[in-house]
Design a protein around this ligand. Structure first.
Ligand code: FES
Length: 126
């Protein structure tokens, strides 16, 4: 099976403040087996996440490749997903979505995970 490009989904933008869970998106915003980006505003300039869905679970990683610090998506919110792995658009490093581990390419270290949780079909950043 050839590469499967992530389905274009609007990037979610939310403001993060201390002390309260922040909604990132609805579970249904992430096609099963795909990933979307969530750009988070913060007092220090913000950051981007990759939110990957498998069934009813969602994993979150910083949308930053450990190789050269580039975003993993080839266009905002559009990721190259193949066989449960995400491939960095810059130089092709491959990471296992289930663990964030580096599998191939110029990276030795994996993606940095962030905890997220689901409540009533909504994905939250604690
Ligand atoms: S920045 Fe991702 S492989 Fe180089």
């Amino acid at each position: 099976m050839g590469p499967v490009w992530g389905i274009p989904v609007a990037t979610q933008v939310h403001e993060v403040s201390a002390g309260a869970d922040k909604a990132l998106c609805r579970l249904d915003d992430i096609p099963d087996g795909c990933a979307i980006a969530a750009d988070i505003d913060s007092a220090t300039g913000g950051f981007s996440l990759i939110l990957a869905r498998r069934g009813d679970s969602v994993l979150a990683y910083h949308n930053e490749c450990p190789h050269a610090g580039r975003r993993l998506d080839w266009s905002p919110g559009k990721f190259l997903i193949k066989d449960g792995n995400v491939i960095c658009a810059a130089h092709g490093a491959t990471f296992e979505l289930a663990t964030g581990a580096a599998l191939a390419g110029p990276c030795r270290s994996g993606l940095v995970a962030l905890p997220v949780h689901l409540r009533d079909g909504v994905v939250y950043l604690p």
